[in-house]
Each structure stands twice: as structure tokens, then as C-alpha cells.
Design a protein around this ligand. Structure first.
Ligand code: ATP
Ligand code: MG
Length: 363
């Protein structure tokens, strides 16, 4: 069976550790695994405009930031097609037809949309485009016949919505679209990495991020001020590991070899947690450990970014080529969709011949 990946990010800011562990790192592994026939990575500018309509400049400026982050993490344009959503008008047409297959109440029940509406204080003033973005996401996924969508947990309701649209479409118009599956991170801490404030998920819109492009000093500062256990006041106090952001990040980033390198007095993370729970282990020491691990992971990404920053026009060329290639695929899906929906009048010679015949016989 053909295996195709489609995934992407909104150009609303630089990419952060949440993107990295939730999707980006996995994409690079999948891209290099050779298990997939095609990998499409979309910069979702049209979706970003659904809640940034009055700030198109923000979206415009962040396209290059997201592209730079992709390349510095190891997304390789020779293996993956990177493209810009708005440059594929076929996606709008697909969304328009899919809208007939989804009810308003179904969209209202989508838990991610509900949370995001609250987060953005939209209340009664929800832009229609924002409200319907799960439908446009279904268009993005199905246009590329994607079987697999590597994403964080917040995307689960979106993929479920896309699957429903596919089933409804295929039942109504005949087998046409491919049903996608979400590929969640296998490490629980990476499903929804919290922000450095320990509150909601790390999110560009909330300003609680460590960005992949942050300097070494910025990363250290973020780690130093990171939320821990508010009741762990003295080193000797017993501490809580659950809901303690520093430990959640260790769950996400720490490997056995980090202990030998940076904290040889502990054999593994379980022992470190046990000591923290007992009391006698200070936040500063754990934070220093996390800082060393993050610096090791982020330094090569930051350095590669510096190189790519030297030739911005080449990146736009790459995005243009990717968008052209992606458009061809979306156009061929749209042709299939139009055919199944029987709105391909001018190419349907049978329709024209039959109607001509029927009118002739009435004469
Ligand atoms: P915005 O605030 O503009 O929505 P965002 O930070 O939520 O931005 P998106 O572009 O919406 O980022 O998400 C892109 C991808 O990254 C999705 O697959 C999403 O699941 C994943 N992702 C985003 N934040 C996290 C996180 N904190 N933990 C795990 N995965 C995440
Ligand atoms: Mg988001």
C-alpha cells in the first residue's frame, strides 16, 4: 500500500520545543526511514489567517521562519515536498465541497476548536473561517492522499473530523478519498508538551515557549525560571514530580547517556525522581541538568539555521518548487473529486451525448 505523510505548521511564529517533540523530530525520522512513498510538509498560512485576518504581515514574515526551522531540524527538500498552503487554490475548492458533509453542531463539539476559541477570547465573534478550519484541514490531508499525519495530541479531533468527511464522501459519491490516520508521539510527555509556565501546552500564541532558534543564554534563562513544584520551598522538602514542568521536559528529552555525561551520581531518571520525591534534591540542580540536555539538542539546530540564513532567496526558490509540485497533486485529486461528484460536465461526453439523444427523440 502507498504510504504518504502530510503534516504542517501555522506560520504564526518560530517553531518551539512543543513542535519539535510533538511532530517535527518524528517527521525527520520518518522522512529518512524510507518507509514512505511521499512526504508533504505544509506551511499553513491560509489557516493562520483564520485567526490573524487583521495581521497578514505576521503570517507573511513567519513563513521564512518556519521554513528555516524545518531545514535546520533536518527536513530535506530532496526527500520532502515543502509547500505554502495558500499557493494551492485547489484546497479551497475541496473545502467548499466538504462543507456540505459536516454539520454546524459537529464543528461546535470539536474539543480543540472549543479550547482555541476560549484561548483567543473570540466568544460570540468567531470568524466563520476559523470555525470551519477543521474542514479545510481535511482538504489539506485528502488532497495529497495522505495515509499518515504525524502530529501532537491536540490534532486528534481534527484527524477524526477528516476521517468522517472521507467516509461520508466515499459513501455518497463512491470510493474517491483516502482515510488518514494520526501518528502520535510514542512518548507520553511529548503528546502535549506544557509551556515553561506549566500551564497550557507550549504554544506560540501564549508566549510560554522555548524556541528552536533561541540563543543558548535565552534557553538557560527560560529553564531557570521554569515552573516546578510550588510547595518545594527548601532543598530538604519532599517534592512533586507530577505536573512539575522540569520533570516533564526530562521525560521528553532525557536519555540514559545524559546521566553519564552530566549527572553521573544518578544511574537514571527514576532514581533522580525518587530523590526529588524524598526531599534533599534542589530545583537548581535538576534545572542545570535539563539545561545541559537542551543545549546539546539545540546547538546543532541553531548552528545549521545560521547557515541557511545566509541564502534566503534559495529558500523561497525551494518553497516555490515545492508549491508547484504540490499543486499538481492537489489538482489531480480535485479532478477525481469533481468526477465523483458529477460536476465534470464538459469532460463528461456521456452526459452530453445522452441528453442530446433524449432531446432528439422528443422531436
Ligand atoms: P498556534 O498557537 O498559532 O496555534 P501552535 O504553537 O499551537 O501555534 P501549530 O502550528 O498549531 O502550533 O501546531 C503545529 C504542530 O505542532 C501540530 O502537529 C501540533 O500538534 C504540534 N504541537 C504544537 N504545540 C505542541 C505541544 N506543546 N506539544 C506537542 N505538540 C505540539
Ligand atoms: Mg495550534
Amino acid at each position: 500500500m502507498t504510504k504518504i505523510i502530510l503534516t504542517g505548521d501555522r506560520p504564526t511564529g518560530r517553531l518551539h520545543l512543543g513542535h519539535y517533540v510533538g511532530s517535527l523530530k518524528r517527521r525527520v525520522e520518518l522522512q529518512n526511514s524510507g518507509d514512505f512513498d511521499k512526504v508533504y510538509i505544509m506551511i499553513a498560512d491560509a489557516q493562520a489567517l483564520t485567526d490573524n485576518a487583521d495581521n497578514p504581515e505576521k503570517v507573511r514574515q513567519n513563513i521564512i521562519e518556519v521554513a528555516l526551522d524545518y531545514l535546520s531540524c533536518g527536513i530535506d527538500p530532496a526527500k520532502s515536498t515543502i509547500f505554502i498552503q495558500s499557493q494551492i487554490p485547489e484546497l479551497c475548492e475541496l473545502s467548499f465541497y466538504y462543507m456540505n458533509l459536516v454539520t454546524v453542531s459537529r464543528l461546535q463539539r470539536n474539543p480543540t476548536v472549543k479550547t482555541e476559541i476560549k484561548m483567543r477570547n473570540f466568544e460570540a465573534n468567531i470568524p466563520v473561517g476559523f470555525f470551519t478550519y477543521p474542514i479545510s484541514q481535511a482538504a489539506d490531508i485528502t488532497a495529497f492522499n495522505a495515509t499518515t499525519v504525524p502530529a501532537g495530541e491536540d490534532q486528534e479531533p481534527m484527524i477524526e473530523q477528516a476521517r468522517e468527511i472521507v467516509r461520508r464522501f466515499n459513501n455518497t459519491y463512491g470510493d474517491t478519498l483516502v482515510e488518514p490516520e494520526i501518528l502520535l508521539p510514542d512518548n507520553a510527555a511529548c503528546l502535549r508538551l506544557p509551556g515553561t509556565d506549566g500551564k497550557a501546552k507550549m504554544s506560540k500564541s501564549l508566549g510560554n515557549c522555548i524556541y528552536l532558534s533561541d540563543t543558548a543564554e535565552e534557553v538557560s534563562k527560560r529553564v531557570k525560571t521554569m515552573f516546578t513544584d510550588p510547595d518545594h520551598l527548601r532543598v530538604s522538602d519532599p517534592g512533586k514530580v507530577e505536573g512539575n514542568t522540569v520533570f516533564t521536559y526530562l521525560d521528553a528529552f532525557c536519555h540514559a547517556e545524559h546521566f553519564g555525561k552530566y549527572l553521573p551520581e544518578y544511574p537514571n531518571l527514576d532514581e533522580l525522581k525518587a530523590h526529588y520525591r524524598r526531599g534533599g534534591l534542589g530545583d537548581v540542580k535538576v534545572k542545570k541538568f535539563l539545561d545541559a540536555i537542551l543545549q546539546e539538542e539545540l546547538a546543532p539546530i541553531r548552528n545549521r539555521r545560521k547557515e541557511y540564513e545566509q541564502d534566503i532567496p534559495a529558500i523561497y526558490d525551494m518553497l516555490k518548487r515545492g508549491s508547484e509540485a504540490a499543486r499538481e497533486v492537489a489538482a489531480s485529486t480535485l479532478a477525481r473529486v469533481r468526477h465523483s461528484m458529477r460536476i465534470d460536465y464538459f469532460t463528461d461526453t456521456q452526459l452530453i451525448a445522452e441528453q442530446a439523444q433524449s432531446y432528439k427523440s422528443q422531436l
